[in-house]
Design a protein around this ligand. Structure first.
Ligand code: GRF
Length: 214
């Protein structure tokens, strides 16, 4: 074996969606093109049966999909079904990464603790500004001149976990929610695959809540 024949274990990737799935699409495209190495997409889970992203995952990429409907299930009651599904598809806390990509549910503490620093989310603002829903509208209403997007690890709070990567996007004269969202989304599609790639290459280090890229 030569010195360069080191083989890294693949990270088993799950994506959780509720709708359009454009960030999921960007991540899967990056895997397909080799921009993300060392990742194996294993399963896409949606809590909404009609999520457009499901079709993209199965038809464009041939990735297994599963609908786990919420149907009034709360917190861990729901999440334990998701966690069982993740295990079924090989996405474990040891070898997996779970990417929330427009998944419109808050994860329970139990789920977050089991997959500590192995769940990522993308948020369409520069956290800690404008967490929660309608982040782009919040930014416009506040009158900031710069917003952007953030990829972060998920902790037990709302959009409050350690920040992995951020990208600034200027707010321009005449912007409305739609135009600003579109410009931020363009950057999301680059930033999220980059963060996944860094994770899969083992280049993300966390010290308390400070993330460094090695
Ligand atoms: C994105 O704006 C993302 O930042 C937020 O939800 C939206 C999901 O869009 N968390 P998509 O489903 O990835 O197209």
């Amino acid at each position: 074996m030569g010195e360069s024949s080191y083989i890294r274990d693949l990270i088993n990737l799950a994506m959780l969606i509720s709708g359009r799935g454009s960030n999921m699409d960007a991540i899967l495209a990056a895997i397909r093109s080799g921009r993300i190495k060392d990742a194996k997409p294993c399963i896409v889970i949606s809590n909404k049966p009609g999520a457009a992203g499901l079709k993209i995952a199965s038809e464009k990429y041939g990735i297994p999909t599963k609908v786990v409907p919420s149907d009034g299930l709360k917190g861990w009651q729901y999440d334990q079904i998701v966690v069982t599904t993740l295990h079924e598809f090989g996405v474990t806390p040891e070898s997996g990464l779970v990417c929330l990509a427009g998944f419109m549910r808050i994860l329970s503490p139990e789920f977050v603790r089991q997959y500590k620093m192995r769940i990522m989310n993308i948020h369409p603002a520069l956290l800690p500004s404008f967490p929660g829903l309608h982040a782009q509208k919040q930014a416009l209403d506040y009158g900031v001149k710069v917003s952007g997007c953030t990829v972060h690890f998920v902790d037990e709070g709302m959009d409050s976990g350690p920040v992995i990567l951020q990208k600034a996007v200027p707010v321009i004269e005449g912007d409305n929610e739609e135009s600003l969202s579109a410009r931020i989304l363009e950057q999301e599609h680059k930033l999220y695959p980059e963060a996944v790639s860094l994770f899969c290459e083992g280049r993300i280090k966390i010290d308390d809540r400070r993330v460094s890229i090695t």
